[in-house]
Ligand binder design. Structure first.
Ligand code: C2E
Ligand code: MG
Ligand code: MG
Ligand code: MG
Length: 287
């Protein structure tokens, strides 16, 4: 639009950019400060359920930042700033350490932690990961690292790290699948344990049959390749039923629960399965 309206809008755009950049720089300064005492940071945990029987199988750790003046700042905003400034390394270590410690209290559950490509490009990432595992005593098999498509297709240190991570017994999940650039066919060549289908596809179910077809294709191909599947952003029962019908393995979303503080996790662990058992469903269907 700026181009069509001539010079003035270009000037306006520059001013906006300037505000944005200054804002980013301030966020970076504030993040740096927050990393000193760590008391503005929290890790919340979102439960993940087995799609067949609704049994709680694990949690995803999600970073939360309460800025003294701005209040809660979304990770969608501060994670990119942390990545550009390199602060993601310290934030990532904090989340990993906190989540592994917390998971020890939930012995049956898996724990997923998001890892930035910036961290995965460090030659000493695996060493740091191994140190956290040995310091906390968490079994590597219970930990799953969520990485993006770019991390999975980037050769070099990133690739070597992912290989070493899986060799340690730590699982790797490909997050936000479908939003990146790789084709569906690439799924069969990717060395990961699980794919997480991006929530935009799940949210598209109501409006678009092509989103349903896409998710069905992803699940079928993943199954043929022996990759586990998780659907993220599940918000209603129609989505649950479709995902169960196509054989998706795990479900996560506000339909079940948002991410909660660690002290609310015992309530989730004590609750009954989040879905009726298949047997109960069948008997309802027969009536
Ligand atoms: P993600 O890893 O794909 O995490 C899922 C996001 O979807 C979370 O947003 C979660 O709160 C949200 N979500 C879960 N269920 C639903 C639902 O039913 N509907 C909707 N609309 N949203 C749902 P959140 O916590 O704001 O995090 C956003 C992104 O920020 C994450 O996406 C992840 O990429 C990044 N992030 C968060 N914590 C960390 C972290 O500790 N390290 C790194 N590197 N990235 C993080
Ligand atoms: Mg994730
Ligand atoms: Mg995701
Ligand atoms: Mg996401």
């Amino acid at each position: 639009h700026a181009k069509m309206n001539g010079r003035n809008d270009f000037a306006g755009f520059d001013v906006e950019m300037d505000v944005l950049l200054r804002n980013r720089r301030r966020v970076e300064t504030d993040l740096r400060e927050a990393l000193v005492s760590l008391d503005q940071f929290r890790v919340h945990y979102q439960p993940v359920y087995n799609a067949v029987d609704g049994v709680l199988t694990g949690f995803e750790a999600l970073m939360r930042w309460q800025h003294p003046a701005r209040g809660w700042v979304s990770p969608e905003f501060f994670i990119p700033v942390a990545e550009e400034s390199g602060l993601i390394r310290d934030i990532g270590q904090y989340v990993l350490q906190t989540a592994c410690e917390a998971a020890l209290k939930w012995p049956e559950q898996s724990i997923a932690v998001n890892v930035s490509i910036i961290e995965l490009q460090d030659v000493d990432y695996v060493k740091k990961l191994a140190a956290v595992l040995s310091a906390t005593g968490l079994a590597p098999e219970r930990l799953e690292l969520e990485v993006t498509e770019t991390a999975v297709v980037t050769a070099g240190t990133c690739e070597e790290n992912l290989k070493a991570i899986r060799k340690m017994g730590v699982k790797v999940a490909l997050d936000d699948f479908g939003t990146g650039f790789s084709s569906l066919g690439r799924l069969t060549q990717i060395d990961v344990d699980r794919i997480k289908i991006d929530k935009t596809f799940i949210h598209g179910f109501d409006q678009s049959d092509s989103d349903k077809a896409m998710v069905r294709a992803i699940v079928e191909l993943a199954r043929a390749t022996r990759l586990a599947t998780t659907a993220e952003g599940v918000e209603n029962v129609a989505q649950v039923e479709f995902l169960q019908a196509i054989g998706c393995d795990a479900l996560q979303g506000f339909y079940f629960s948002p991410a909660v503080p660690a002290d609310k996790v015992p309530e989730l662990l004590a609750a009954k399965p989040a879905l009726p058992s298949p047997a109960a469903r069948e008997s309802v269907n027969r009536i």
